[in-house]
Design a protein around this ligand. Sequence first.
Ligand SMILES: [Zn+2]
Length: 82
Amino acid sequence: MNTTNSEIGTTKTYKDQHYKLVGHEPYTRVSDGSKTSLAVWRSACATCGQPFVVRTPIRARGFQPTRRCDLHKQRRVKVVPV
Ligand SMILES: [Zn+2]
């Protein structure tokens, strides 16, 4: 596998939020059954600051991961203080 741009420990920044690559996962596309890999990133939720994990396609053209944990990514509401 060509991992030139996906070494474990790689860090990226998206909208001032930091992501660290912590692993890879095999993934089979539902659409055509082809096998690929997902990059597994760790970051901190933009809403609550809790660490969370987000997976992105290794071959994605852009890097646009979710910025929030499972608890907060569903809600597209404005951020309210707890
Ligand atoms: Zn959160």
